[in-house]
Design a protein around this ligand. Sequence first.
Ligand code: LER
Ligand code: MN
Length: 270
Amino acid sequence: MLLSIVAGLNESKSNKEGIIKKFSSLCQLLAPLQYDGVELSLLEPEKIDVDKIVEIAESYELKISALGTGSTYIRYGYSFGDTEKSNREKAIERIEKYINFARETRSKVIIGLIRGRFKHNSNPNKERLNIISSLKECCKLAEDNNVMLVFEPINRFEIDSYNTISQSLKLIEEIGSEYLKLLVDSFHTHLEEDPIYVWENLKEVARHVGHVHLADTTRRAPGSGHFDFKTFLSIFKNAGYSEFVSIETIMKPSFEEVAKSSLQYLRSIL
Ligand code: LER
Ligand code: MN
């Protein structure tokens, strides 16, 4: 199991040099802490000098675990489920940019908030069908570029579709692409899964998982709340999971503190 942490590069507000500087200082912080990689939450991956990013990451022996795409919906409002075809096309075009970046950095592309929220005046079934057809198109792009997509169940307070692991797995099976796997986030797991069956269910789905997010019940660093990370992580360990687990929390009191305290806690329980 490899460990990474989510960070942004402020690429939409920065110039090329600023982005690279930010990435270098991230690596400088994470490499001595023995992280294996960094997950990048991006808005405009095409603005980033990807060759330089690869060169810097390699020099620190760090990997880029995955790319977060949710800001495409939050900042631009483009989504897979939108009732407007042009809006859905824009969301897919944006995913293509992430896939290009992921191909060069050998990372995965996360499909989470980009599926969008249902509009008050639309038909949820129609939006769900739109999500499925947009996702199928993205899977084709992923296959052509040999990039893995990871689909994230997200809690009902943030999104209207695919809140649970079983709903998401059903979709993944229906699409049937080798390039589409499941992302399990401990925070959403805590909010959405039935506590009586959650561990048994996770054991059954572990082989479909391509990426994991870690946040405690407080959505702060692992160890700050009451999520049972010991049981959660042992399921993946026993299933032979060798991909990344990635810390995705509210970065308080600071990114550095979260990076350090999460690592200390995870080491103590693993
Ligand atoms: C994204 O990975 C996620 O977990 C969502 O809740 C958006 O923050
Ligand atoms: Mn997540």
